[in-house]
Design a protein around this ligand. Structure first.
Ligand code: HEM
Length: 316
């Protein structure tokens, strides 16, 4: 309601309402959107780690709403999504600014907006990588089948030895192996198992029956790598730009000379959206075959009514 009510003023109110009202409306749209983020991610996190529920006579019942809301995935997932939208917006603002700078249109104004986006990105880009890493740890802990698909790991790693990390691979679902891959020895173990002293090896997909683990392994694996690559690209671009800023190269006078840097910012503008979509593919395709992880299968949760009937009922 909040978002919908003030969106109209934000979009159509420019030069129609006074600037303070326009500014306040924009802030209220942002507050509304972020409240939605919290609830959408809370509901989705419950689907990943369904807490506060029990099965009574074959009925699935939530008995503790606080436990359900504060489920193990909730906090980290809300933060990762919040920073994802923030980071996407920062690089869109930076990319638009860079485009104007390259075209030599209002460089003084756009060097300022680029620097504002960059100043926030200095905090956000590394934080998002760190929170992403925590997301990976929670998947490892609570959703081993998803982790195995994210890493295209078919065989379990031997006990007491850190797991190798597959950098790139061509997963072959039929043969249940990777046709080709480049691996970094022990790296996955150091990323995930370090705190556990390598006592819990990373489990491979073959440990589960085919109907109990996700398919489309290639999609999940490459969506995960795409998201990570974009996260590191953002951080690298932020570092390089900060360096140039410290050397005075982003001033209104000098910034138009930074042609390659500006091109990199333009390239970065759509990447946040791709990272967000990739993240959701990892999260929800990786959760399959479950609607509620480990509890209710997607095939059982899907409506048995044919689509035509459903359409009919809605309009009846
Ligand atoms: C570079 C480091 C990154 C790592 C290690 C990382 C890790 C992860 C992991 C493990 C998940 C799956 C969580 C789950 O299934 O519960 C995930 C989901 C997601 N990621 Fe990332 N990510 C990174 C960067 C990014 C970036 C740069 C963005 C967007 C700008 C992004 C957006 C998302 C979104 C929207 C989701 C789904 C919602 C959520 O889990 O909050 N990620 N990420």
């Amino acid at each position: 309601m909040l978002e919908a009510a003030f969106l109209g003023i934000m979009l159509f109110g420019w030069e129609r309402v006074n600037p303070t009202i326009h500014y306040l409306s924009t802030i209220l749209v942002a507050v509304g959107a972020n409240l939605s983020t919290v609830w959408i991610l809370t509901a989705n996190s419950w689907m990943q780690t369904p807490a506060g529920r029990e099965l009574v006579n074959g009925k699935f019942i939530v008995h503790d709403y606080f436990q359900a809301i504060l489920n193990p995935f909730m906090l980290n997932s809300v933060l990762h999504m919040f920073f994802a939208t923030l980071e996407t917006s920062l690089f869109v603002i930076g990319g638009i600014s860079a485009w104007y700078i390259l075209k030599q249109r209002h460089p003084a104004f756009f060097s300022q907006s680029l620097k504002i986006a960059l100043a926030v990105a200095i905090a956000v880009a590394p934080l998002q990588i760190y929170i992403g890493h925590l997301s990976g740890e929670q998947v490892y802990h609570y959703q081993p089948t998803k982790l195995a698909a994210m890493e295209a790991q078919w065989e379990s790693s031997p006990a007491e030895k850190p797991a190798d990390w597959s950098l790139v691979a061509i997963p072959n679902e039929k043969a249940q192996k990777n046709d080709w891959e480049i691996t970094v020895p022990n790296a996955l173990g150091y990323i995930l198992e370090f705190k556990k002293n390598f006592s819990e090896p990373v489990r491979g997909l073959k440990e589960w029956k085919s109907e109990d683990r996700p398919h489309l392994v290639g999609l999940i694996y490459y969506a995960f790598r795409t998201m990570i690559a974009i996260g590191f690209f953002f951080a690298g671009l932020m570092l390089l730009s900060t360096l140039q800023w410290l050397r005075g190269k982003l001033s209104a006078k000098n910034v138009t000379q930074q042609r390659w840097l500006m091109r990199a910012w333009i390239l970065a503008a759509p990447l946040g959206y791709i990272a967000v979509e990739s993240g959701w593919i990892v999260r929800c395709v990786g959760r399959q075959p479950w609607t509620l992880y480990g509890q209710i299968r997607t095939v059982d949760a899907a409506s048995r009514l044919p689509a035509s009937k459903r359409h009919f009922l809605v309009w009846d």
